[in-house]
Design a protein around this ligand. Structure first.
Ligand code: BG6
Length: 489
């Protein structure tokens, strides 16, 4: 059992959860800046907290408690502290780090004609330092943070007018950072727009017009926005290959691995239907076309895809080079309306009686990672990259300042064993980035106490603390795993 030489090991971050400094360096507001932390909220609250009305967004922007209840605005101050954090990642032996570029650091409203040079300087500094430390940057162009201005103006990704704006941003990224970055990802968890339209797509529900029959137009708006993201992603892939033929563009899927809850054929059929929509995005981005059955399924739900001239050709001609995905948990599907449910990654599913769950209800299933790798590779025959996987837990700091987190080590060890088994079976896997190597703000609940890191950050959910970084036990364990290329677990 061995991983190939050159297998990339590291961790993954997102700008909106790590950087903070939301008003510094000329950055404009992004939709995630109005995501709130709600003290006392049920930790099993799985849905990403979105602010849905224009009025509440305006109120959030004017809120005097701007850093207390909107933790993504302060993040973990990666914006200022990244040299220290990168040094710790290098100490663990990282050969790759996934980060994202905040669109609003380069184009504060999304509509400027020229980029903000302070934003460019920040990312140049970041990527240059990574290169100096021998860490390969893996860069996501859009991770949950469309410009708030575009959301308020035109529901961001619903309006096709966003395409040239995004292309300008992408071109700037390639022109200014392309010499430092080989691996790119277009949209984080592109399928997520259906589950959290505001955070992924800048869609404000009250601004979505109803359908002709008077029903809500939200689902149609989400698929319209998703189609625009597919087109934007294919255009980005085309541009990247023209400018840097050796560089690679990946797509990114939330791997919501789902089993039938029973062997009743109706449960199996319901699971199959769920999978059809799960794989829709990868089918479009890796195979270059919408699958007919998925289109028919959507049509029966009253959804049409707003194809314009040239879209089909663009998608077909510019599929991605590799497929990346997040994997945290699995769920089951049942047609029984009384089946017990449990939260997962921005979704509610049916509980699996064979699996333990975290405090947040996410079911821990290492074998599901192997199943996912084999499913994806069998289906697409393209290289895979695990770009998110990890366990959100509360940690305790002992009086001597140490953090013992055997539960986190157990989680990773079990997942690595299954990952290596899949590679042994023949899956072509480029690398693995844990989520997240350092504690930071949760996407769904805006807590920091849902801790994922090998590195502890001294801060509570209301922003109190020194921000001091401390190595947890899992830090030393991961260091050993990387040094042995997965042989010493
Ligand atoms: C993924 C997202 O879905 O899940 C990340 O890409 C997110 O942004 C991660 O942080 C874990 O979810 P959460 O809600 O626990 O932060």
């Amino acid at each position: 059992m061995a991983l190939p030489d050159g297998f990339l090991w590291g961790g993954a971050l997102a700008a909106n959860q790590a950087e903070g400094a939301w008003k510094e360096g000329g950055r404009g507001p992004a939709v995630t800046d109005v995501n709130t932390f709600k003290p006392g909220a049920d930790p099993k609250q799985y849905a990403i907290h979105h602010v849905n009305t224009v009025e509440s967004i305006r109120a959030a922007l004017a809120d005097p408690d701007e850093l207390t209840y909107y933790p993504k605005r302060r993040g973990i101050d990666f914006y200022h502290r990244y040299p220290e954090d990168l040094a710790l990642f290098a100490e663990m032996g990282f050969t790759v780090l996934r980060v994202s570029i905040a669109w609003t650091r380069l184009y504060p409203t999304g509509e400027e004609l020229e980029p903000n040079e302070e934003g460019i300087a920040f990312y140049l500094g970041l990527f240059e330092e990574m290169r100096r430390l021998g860490i390969e940057p893996l860069v996501t162009l859009a991770h949950y943070d469309p410009p708030l201005h575009l959301a308020l103006k035109n529901n961001a990704w619903v309006d096709r007018g966003i395409l040239p704006l995004f292309e300008r941003f992408v071109r700037t990224c390639f022109e200014r950072f392309g010499h430092l970055v080989t691996y790119w990802l277009s949209f984080n968890e592109i399928d997520g727009i259906i589950r959290h339209p505001f955070t992924s797509g800048g869609i404000i529900e009250e601004k979505v017009p109803p359908l002709a029959n008077g029903e809500s137009g939200l689902e149609q708006a989400c698929y319209t926005a998703l189609h625009h993201q597919f087109v934007a992603s294919a255009a980005a892939t085309k541009l990247l290959h023209e400018m840097f033929p050796e560089s690679q563009m990946g797509c990114m899927l939330t791997m919501l691995t789902t089993y039938p809850n029973t062997c009743h054929p109706d449960d199996v059929a319901a699971t199959q239907e769920k999978e059809r929509l799960l794989y829709l995005c990868t089918d479009v981005q890796a195979d270059g076309a919408y699958p007919r059955l998925a289109l028919n399924l959507l049509a029966r739900q009253g959804v049409t895809i707003p194809f314009e001239e040239g879209d089909a050709e663009l998608l077909a001609a510019h599929p991605v080079d590799y497929i990346s995905f997040s994997y945290y948990m699995s769920m089951t599907e049942s047609v029984n309306p009384d089946a017990e449910r449990t939260p997962g990654n921005t979704i509610l599913g049916v509980k699996n009686p064979f699996l333990p769950s975290s405090e947040w209800g996410w079911q821990i299933d290492p074998v599901g990672l192997r199943i996912s790798l084999i499913d994806l590779y069998d289906r697409y025959n393209k290289p895979l990259f695990i770009v998110e996987n990890g366990l959100g837990m509360r940690d305790e700091v002992t009086p001597d300042g140490r953090i013992h987190d055997p539960y986190r080590i157990d989680y990773f060890r079990a997942h690595f064993e299954e990952m290596i088994r899949a590679v042994d079976e023949g899956v072509d896997l480029l690398g693995y980035t844990s989520w997240s190597p350092i504690d930071f703000i949760s996407a769904s609940t805006s807590q920091i106490t849902k801790r994922y890191g090998f590195i502890h950050v001294d801060m509570d959910d209301l922003g109190n603390g020194t921000l001091e970084r401390r190595r947890k036990d899992s830090f030393f364990w991961y260091q050993k795993v990387i040094a042995s290329n997965g042989a010493d677990l």
